[in-house]
Design a binder for this molecule. Structure first.
Ligand code: TXA
Ligand code: MG
Length: 345
């Protein structure tokens, strides 16, 4: 299969690309689409055969459920139930953060095929903010199931060319909507009724942070699967092996933890590229990339993380050493990705 790239650089090209994407979605095909977080691989959420193609293209195991993207807020009620005891909080979250990078788990409606939710009784929903994605969904007129457009277990792509690196020849179309504005996957939450406040449990940290969610309930974080014993994964995205570049990566919490193998070529993934942080001078690095040069901004580091990891992955290094980023705001999500990508032991 030839993978086509659809441009959105002019209004004329955008119109043609939107039409092409919509007609493929209608015919039960998969299409890679830009979102504000990472590129997604979309298919008609109500068409089980189309959704099956997503799993094939990504080589994703069928036990890993997908996120359903809505063309508008009201369509939430076509795919999910909003239990009355959490309705107020869910409405507040939807009104505050949609369209945007917040995914909410709700009991699923029967109309959603089981393949979308991997047989779970819940469905993950969000309304995406990217203008091109929004236009395609509006024309298509129904919900689109879309996981990140990477091969299973690999880095989520934040540009059309990174999608092509992973899925060339496996999908018919990539709509090139430019680099993703957020660069990290959406925050996934589950809401539970409780007194005195509802509980908002974060299953996957992302661009909507603890501080953003706090006004709406008590925010808790689900444990990672490798910290939980004898229990089935609640969000398979929490599996410890996710988001890894092909090159082994190690998150070095302290510079003093580093000991070099003289045979190996190491690259440094630096937070802000400052000597005083103790990593730059630690070793004659074969390569250095900096997430947020200068005084460091976690939001910028989030935008550039997957892009720079993808670049390092092409550098032929034996190992990537990652500096920690501050554990605040979206830094929490970055650390989560780096820990999951990190080699154990
Ligand atoms: O920003 C995003 O969320 C991107 C863009 C494309 O929207 N999508 C994305 O999808 O990251 P994906 O499939 O790569 O990650 C979704 C995560 C998976 O880890 C999946 O296991 C979890 O959400 N998930 C989906 N439905 C679930 C459910 N019903 N219960 C628990 N976890 C669920
Ligand atoms: Mg993914």
């Amino acid at each position: 299969m030839q993978t086509e790239i659809a441009l959105t650089d002019t209004e004329q090209n955008t119109r043609e690309s939107v039409n092409r994407a919509v007609s493929l979605l209608r015919s039960g095909e998969v299409v890679a689409l830009p979102t504000e977080t990472v590129y997604g691989l979309g298919a008609d959420a109500f068409n089980a055969a189309a959704v099956a193609r997503i799993f094939e293209a990504k080589e994703r195991p069928r036990f890993d459920p997908l996120i359903v993207h809505l063309p508008n807020k009201t369509m939430l009620h076509d795919v999910g139930e909003v239990p009355s005891d959490i309705a107020k909080t869910v409405t507040q979250l939807v009104e505050t953060f949609w369209p945007g990078p917040l995914t909410i788990l709700l009991p699923k409606k029967a109309a959603v095929p089981d393949i979308v939710t991997a047989g779970l009784p819940t469905v993950a929903v969000r309304q995406c903010q990217h203008p091109i994605f929004h236009r395609i969904l509006k024309h298509f007129g129904g919900p689109v199931a879309a996981p990140s457009a990477n091969r299973f277990g690999a880095l989520s792509p934040t540009s059309a060319s990174l999608v092509l690196d992973q899925l060339d020849g496996r999908i018919p179309l990539i709509v090139d909507g430019g680099a993703c504005a957020r660069g990290l996957e959406s925050t996934i939450v589950r809401v539970r009724a409780a007194t005195p406040k509802p509980v908002i449990e974060v299953l996957r940290p992302g661009p909507i942070t603890e501080d953003d969610l706090k006004p709406f309930g008590k925010v808790t974080f689900a444990k990672r699967n490798d910290e939980v014993e004898d229990s089935a994964p609640e969000a398979p995205g929490m599996l410890a092996t996710h988001y890894a570049p092909r090159t082994p990566l190690r998150l070095l919490e302290n510079p003093s933890d580093f000991s070099a193998d003289p045979e190996k070529r190491y690259a440094l993934l630096s937070y802000r590229g400052q000597e005083k942080d103790g990593f730059l001078d630690l070793h004659p690095w074969a390569g250095v990339v900096v997430l947020s040069p200068g005084s460091g901004r976690v939001a910028e580091a989030g935008i550039r993380l997957f892009h720079l990891l993808g670049q390092l992955d092409k550098g032929g290094y034996d190992e990537i050493i990652a500096e920690p980023v501050p554990d605040r705001g979206i830094g929490r999500a970055i650390l989560d990705k780096l820990r999951k990508a990190s080699v154990k032991g």
